[in-house]
Design a protein around this ligand. Structure first.
Ligand code: SF4
Length: 894
């Protein structure tokens, strides 16, 4: 399957591999091997739109850093040898210690077919349910909430509802950055229908707030109280749908009673909101029939996540606002195929085809369909418990696929230690080095996005094809193939006899329809006999799609028909507990999450120069009052500590943060920074129903780091990891950029600079140097002919050079001394433009350019777009552009 990437090829319709919006993309290989990406105008999720991450996909498909052949204990091995070893070690462990002594930890990056084979092997042939996925960290609380209320893991609505609604309530959801195309769809609808209202419920004033008519800066985990209290308000204001409640639900009186127990004073205490804010929100919700409540990680990643989900669903059931156009609770998933994983039982507490592992009839159905020797008869270990079991020796053989738990799980340092003690760990990945892969016994090279085929399901139950358009490099193989080969070697050649991926999809579709008869929500019977040509031509579609006449209704539950025993929904009388974790020792609340241009642990987006420009280093966003209280200034290095670990990041002081809270992004790993793995701070506290960890409410303390020096560097070569307390590096056009800070200044600055910039072997290159001992500044630039090889700026205070301009100098020619002195000065000079920090990643437009355009009279985002193109492609930066315009107006008014 090896091939070169030099040939020009045709356009391939495929899907973006990042978030749960599930956008369609058109990928084309160009002569010379580059790949261009545009949005698919025909895909119903995005109609041609893409965000900054999707637009930059072409920059992430290079082969540098790829794992291209199997390795055993660090030596190259053949596939046969590696697969035989995995089979032998897993089989031997199962024989000696039972099936629950082994586990698979997989990923929402898996395609549905990968997931299907993994789940079948573990639950049907090994006989354990010890398969869990990083989707546990993402939306397990939504799954648990759906199953408690609906009897099934069903998302009732579709994206179109967000455009048809008169009120969109966004709870714990920074759509502008995390699901940008959904944000753009809502923004466009609001422009068309100005009476549409948007409410944002989030402790932070995120970029999404700029679309909102009302922002409720709720206290962390105050959501259960807010939505539980809403039920009584709906009853008192005549907003209940009594017919719906009577005909289609059970348990309303208990939910109302629980709501009445909650006084307004208690709601105020738990939410931290003003009475007037709460009453205004309640009145708006009660008075707007067409309401959609969108929720994502701010709801799910909590020790009360499932109760939050049910508190929201209760309000929609009570008003009958579910399954009709413009109405319903709507969980938006974080990962591209979290939904597909749920459909085939990728979670340890589900079976397959949305069947329940606790249900003996369902277990018999699954076993009968698979003709398997065994079937798992109880839920397996969920992610956090799975790694605890690795640590204490209950799990003795572990296969990790397409995920990076040493960075993403809570108590991440303990996860790292657990891998060290595990007798046998296999990792399947596309990269040769991640924080997880360096601790394993066997490495298997997987096919990457662009090289593998299958299907994914987005947040509105829409199944789309992911199609390969690049040759698979080296000896990389798809994940489903690796699993099937082990299944065959374990003695089940017929059950895992797949030649191609379409056969797996067909089997999965057939299983969803197997003795279903309308008893289960997921039914793909229409595809149970799909063949290769039909699979290749598969257009995006929404389930259910039972065999026979096409199903026209794409929503669920407008007329009841829930998947409980009596086909009625269940109200869950949730109890609001108000969860404050801060203490005297750890007085601040840590919230973790995503930024606009990075994805997960940067294994893919970290390859893109454009995406690395928006935020180039890890940071802690904190309120000015907290900064003052702790003696912290903007751009200081800060140490954040919890009971479980500590990290070093850059301080970003902003009024958008709630007092007492600090936000740190989840993306930086040991591959990109010295000490910024934020999940090393998070305790392994999970929701009791879903097992989802509380990644948004951890107790920490923050302190300023007294650095002896700060530094910034640009380099045409990848910098050496400096031996300094703090460093962070990222890609840049023509090379790399590096931030650093340390406890002790280097004695020999030139030696230090050459070491950091990787220029020790280039002694012939003389530095151009400048020092100002009074200000504590030292600068050094190295030129190879007329090209800049690297430059280092050291200072006693945070370095204030023009970073974006300096980064752009790596690709230019600098023949004149004058040009070289500018580089040493770290500024373009008055006669040259300095675009400032990059705001629009698509067109590389900086904040200085936008501010200048605003000062020149551009009053709207659209006018800025006309002048600079900024914000006219993916639109992810439109909120930031608006802020710069607002800031310019404020300055003008002063
Ligand atoms: Fe990809 Fe962006 Fe679409 Fe999400 S919104 S699927 S990241 S293009």
């Amino acid at each position: 399957m090896t091939g070169d990437r030099q040939n020009c090829s045709h356009i391939t319709k495929t899907t973006c591999p990042y978030c749960g919006v599930g956008c369609g993309v058109l990928a084309a290989r160009q002569a010379g091997g580059s790949v261009t990406i545009v949005g698919d105008p025909d895909h119903p999720a995005n109609f041609g739109r893409l965000c900054s991450k999707g637009s930059a996909l072409g920059e992430t498909v290079g082969l540098e850093d790829r794992l291209l052949h199997p390795e055993i204990h660090g030596r190259r091995a053949s596939w046969g040898e590696a697969l035989d070893l995995i089979t032998a070690r897993f089989s031997e462990t199962i024989r000696e210690h039972g099936p629950d002594s082994v586990a698979f930890y997989v990923s929402g990056q898996f395609l549905t077919e990968d997931y299907y084979v993994a789940n079948k092997l573990m639950k049907g042939f090994i006989g354990s349910a010890n398969i869990d996925t990083n989707s546990r960290l993402c939306m397990a609380s939504s799954v648990a909430g759906h199953r408690r209320a609906f009897g099934s893991d069903t998302v009732p609505g579709i994206y179109e509802d967000l455009e048809l609604a008169d009120l969109v309530v966004l709870v714990g959801s920074n759509l502008a950055w995390c699901h940008p195309v959904i944000y753009q769809r809502i923004a466009a609808a609001k422009e068309q229908r100005p009476h549409m209202r948007v409410v944002l419920i989030d402790p932070r004033r995120t970029m999404t707030a700029d679309l909102a008519d009302m922002h409720l800066a709720i206290a962390p985990d105050g959501d259960v109280a807010l939505f539980s209290g809403l039920v009584a308000c709906l009853a008192d204001s005549g907003a209940l749908d009594r017919d719906y409640i009577n005909q289609h639900t059970n348990g309303f009186d208990d939910a109302l009673e629980a709501s009445r127990q909650l006084t307004m004073d208690e709601i105020i205490r738990q939410t931290g909101l003003e009475r007037g804010e709460i009453e205004a929100f309640y009145a708006l919700f009660a008075g707007t029939e067409k309401t959609v409540t969108v929720y994502s990680q701010g709801v799910n990643q909590s020790s009360s996540g499932t109760d939050k989900v049910n508190a929201i669903i209760n309000c929609h059931l009570a008003t009958g606002r579910i399954g009709r156009p413009g109405m319903g609770p709507f969980s938006i998933t974080g990962q591209p195929n979290a939904m597909g994983g749920r459909e085939v039982g990728g979670l340890a507490n589900m079976l397959a085809a949305h069947m329940d592992i606790e249900n003996a009839e369902h277990r018999a159905l699954a076993q009968q369909f698979w003709r398997s020797p065994v079937i798992a008869d109880k839920p397996g270990l969920k992610a956090v418990d799975m790694f605890r079991a690795v640590a204490d020796g209950r799990i003795k053989a572990l296969w990790i696929m397409a995920t990076n738990p040493v960075d993403s799980l809570p108590e991440a340092d303990a996860v790292q230690d657990a891998l060290h003690t595990c007798p046998f760990v296999v990792v399947s990945d596309v990269l040769e080095m991640t924080d997880t892969i360096r601790h394993v016994h066997v490495k298997l090279p997987s096919a990457a996005w662009g090289e593998k085929s299958g299907t994914v399901t987005n947040s509105e139950r829409r199944i789309s094809r992911q199609r390969s358009f690049l040759p698979t490099p080296g000896e990389a193989r798809p994940d489903w193939w690796q699993l099937a080969e082990v299944g065959k070697r374990m003695g089940y050649p017929e059950a895992f006899d797949y030649d191609d991926v379409w056969q797996i999809f067909r089997e999965h579709a057939a299983q969803t329809a197997f003795i279903n008869n309308g008893t289960r929500d997921l039914d793909l019977g229409a595809y149970a006999a799909v063949d290769r040509p039909a699979y290749e031509a598969l257009e995006p579609f929404q389930w259910p799609q039972p065999e026979g006449a096409a199903r026209e209704e794409t929503r669920f539950f407008a007329r009841g028909g829930f998947f409980t025993a009596d086909r009625r929904a269940r109200f869950v009388p949730v109890v609001a507990r108000g969860i404050a974790r801060a203490s005297d020792a750890f007085p601040m609340t840590l919230n973790t999450g995503r930024i606009r241009d990075q994805w997960h642990t940067m294994t893919r987006t970290g390859k893109s120069q454009r995406l690395s420009a928006h935020f180039a280093e890890p940071f802690a966003e904190l309120h000015p009052a907290d900064a003052t209280r702790h003696g912290i200034h903007d751009a200081d290095i800060v140490r954040i500590k919890s009971e479980h670990g500590e990290i070093l990041v850059r301080a970003l002081v902003t009024g958008r943060q709630r007092k007492g809270c600090v936000f740190v992004p989840m993306h930086w790993t040991d591959q990109f920074a010295s000490k910024a793995r934020v999940d090393s701070l998070i305790p392994s506290l999970t929701d009791p129903h879903s097992g989802q960890p509380a990644l948004k409410n951890a107790a920490v303390r923050i302190e300023r780091v007294e650095a002896a020096f700060y530094g910034f560097a640009v380099s045409s070569r990848k910098p050496r990891e400096p031996d300094t307390a703090y460093w962070a590096m990222g890609r840049n056009e023509g090379g790399w950029r590096l931030e650093l800070a340390g406890d002790a200044s280097a004695r020999n600055v030139e030696q230090f600079a050459r070491l950091v910039l990787g220029l020790e072997d280039c002694q012939a290159i003389e530095p151009l140097a400048y020092s100002d001992y009074e200000r504590g500044d030292t600068r050094m630039a190295f030129f190879d002919g007329s090209r800049l090889a690297g430059a280092l700026y050291l200072s006693d205070n945070p370095v204030t050079v023009s970073r974006t301009w300096l980064c752009s100098q790596l690709t230019g020619d600098h023949p004149r001394p004058h040009d070289r002195y500018r580089i040493l000065a770290g500024r373009a000079g008055a006669d040259l433009p300095d675009k400032g920090g990059i705001v629009c990643a698509c067109f590389s437009v900086g904040c200085n350019e936008i501010a200048a355009a605003a000062q020149a009279g551009c009053a709207t985002v659209g006018e800025i777009g006309k002048m600079l193109s900024a914000g006219t492609n993916c639109g992810s930066c439109r909120s930031e552009i608006q802020q710069i315009i607002n800031g310019t107006r404020l300055i003008a008014a002063e």
